[in-house]
Each structure stands twice: as structure tokens, then as C-alpha cells.
Design a protein around this ligand. Structure first.
Ligand code: SAH
Length: 237
């Protein structure tokens, strides 16, 4: 069992300072725009920072390299897990994709003020960007947390992943059920589940996990479809 709290504890002083700026901006901007339901500094650290940082252990295990790794985080909201991962792992090149302009503007402020040189925030919809030649099958890793059920999420995500790369989905209690329902969608999109990495934040017991899906063959051109179609006719249902 991974304890994501340990990842935070192992950060350098400079990285902790960046997270402090991130937390300050999150609390400040949360009064104007709805970014998160948690407001306490400790809760922000546990539920957003540490939770995102569970991905550090997974990425380090899957890619035993210090060479550049390209990562796109889809539906990143206030920047989770994408910006947190960029702070923790300097060899990541992070593109943080979010549909809502205000949230992208918030992320840009965090990138500027916390000086996160290896991340950029982009406003867009995953199902459209996944067809862009500059994005199609161009990323080593795709991440997503709290965006959609797995069957929908794999259609949004796998078009971005290079063959041999991974899609990492942060999941909680419904993980098992979602996996069972997403089997056909994963196969259609060219993926294969390789493992489910369980993690917790501190001593608190949890059923949190990161579902690791490897891209084993190219995604057929017609996917992802328009969002309304993905929802209405989810693959495998
Ligand atoms: N990943 C963040 C935010 C979760 S909320 C976190 O874990 O805290 C889900 C976010 O996904 C919302 O901000 C929403 O605007 C965005 N989103 C939903 N569907 C999307 C899509 N198809 N493309 C891009 N962003 C999307």
C-alpha cells in the first residue's frame, strides 16, 4: 500500500514553497469561483496535494527514467493531479487540459506565481483535442481524477496516449464496478488494464486506487466521438 503522505514529506523546500503558493491561491480564488469544497490548509494538502502525489510513485514505477516524460491531465479543474505532479517531478512536461475558462485562468496564475516551468494550462475539451494532430498519440502518460466514470473516461483519454504509454485514472470506492463496466471500452480504444495501485493518504484507511491502463494498439480514428454521443452510447453498454 502506497502512503501518498510520504511523497509530500519527501519534497524539497523549494517544492513545498510552490505548494504553499498553490494552497494560498486556491483559498483566495475559491471565494470568487468555485474551485473546491475543501478550504482548510490540512484538507487541501491531504485531499488535493497528497492525493495527486500518489501518481508520483506510479509514474516512477512505470517509467524508470529521468528522461523527459510528456503528460496530459484531462479535466484538471483547479490543477489536479496535473500541476501537483509537475511540481513534484521536474522531468515531466505537463499539459493541463480543462474545459472551463475560469479554471484555466486560475491554473495559469498558479503556474506563474509558483513558477512551475514544466507545465502549461490549456482551455479545451478532451474529446476534441484528442483528434488534434499535435496531441493524437503523442503523450507518454494521460491522467484524470474525478472527471467521469471509467467507461467514458477511457474514450476521452486513450486517443492522447502513445502506444506503450499509459492512462492513469484516480478512482475510489466505485473503482471495481467501473472497471467491470469499462472492459469493452478499454479494448475498443486500444488499451489493457495492467494493474490497480492502491494508496492511502496518511494513516487513514481508504479504498483509493490508480487504475493503470497501457496502450497496446492504436485507437481507431473515429474515437473519441462527440461528448453527447459518448455519454448516450457509452462503449460496451
Ligand atoms: N481533476 C480535478 C477536477 C475534477 S472536476 C480534480 O480532481 O480536482 C471535473 C473537471 O473536468 C471540471 O472542471 C470540468 O470542467 C472538466 N471537464 C469535464 N469534462 C471535460 C472534457 N470533456 N474536457 C475537458 N474538461 C472536462
Amino acid at each position: 500500500m502506497i502512503d501518498a503522505g510520504n511523497v509530500f514529506e519527501a519534497l524539497s523546500e523549494e517544492q513545498v514553497e510552490k505548494f504553499d503558493v498553490f494552497a494560498r491561491l486556491l483559498r483566495e480564488e475559491n471565494r470568487r469561483i468555485n474551485l473546491t469544497s475543501v478550504d482548510g490548509v490540512d484538507q487541501i494538502r491531504a485531499r488535493h496535494f497528497c492525493d495527486s502525489l500518489a501518481g508520483v510513485v506510479v509514474i516512477e514505477k512505470l517509467f524508470e527514467t529521468s528522461a523527459k516524460i510528456s503528460l496530459v491531465d484531462i479535466g484538471s479543474g483547479a490543477g489536479f493531479p496535473g500541476l501537483a505532479l509537475a511540481i513534484a517531478l521536474g522531468h515531466l512536461d505537463v499539459v493541463s487540459v480543462e474545459a472551463t475558462g475560469k479554471k484555466v485562468a486560475f491554473q495559469q496564475r498558479v503556474i506563474d506565481e509558483a513558477n512551475i516551468a514544466n507545465a502549461k494550462a490549456v482551455q479545451g475539451r478532451a474529446e476534441e483535442l484528442a483528434h488534434d494532430v499535435q496531441c493524437r498519440e503523442k503523450f507518454d502518460v494521460v491522467t484524470a481524477r474525478a472527471v467521469a466514470p471509467l467507461g467514458i473516461l477511457v474514450e476521452l483519454a486513450l486517443g492522447f496516449v502513445k502506444c506503450g504509454g499509459y492512462f492513469l485514472a484516480w478512482k475510489g470506492a466505485k473503482g471495481e464496478k467501473e472497471i467491470a463496466e469499462a472492459k469493452a471500452a478499454i479494448e475498443t480504444m486500444g488499451g489493457e488494464i495492467t494493474e490497480q495501485v492502491k494508496y492511502q493518504v496518511g494513516a487513514e484507511e481508504s479504498n483509493l486506487c490508480i487504475v493503470c491502463i497501457k496502450k497496446i494498439k492504436p485507437t481507431p480514428k473515429e474515437y473519441p466521438r462527440k461528448f453527447g454521443v459518448i455519454k448516450k452510447r457509452t462503449l460496451g453498454r
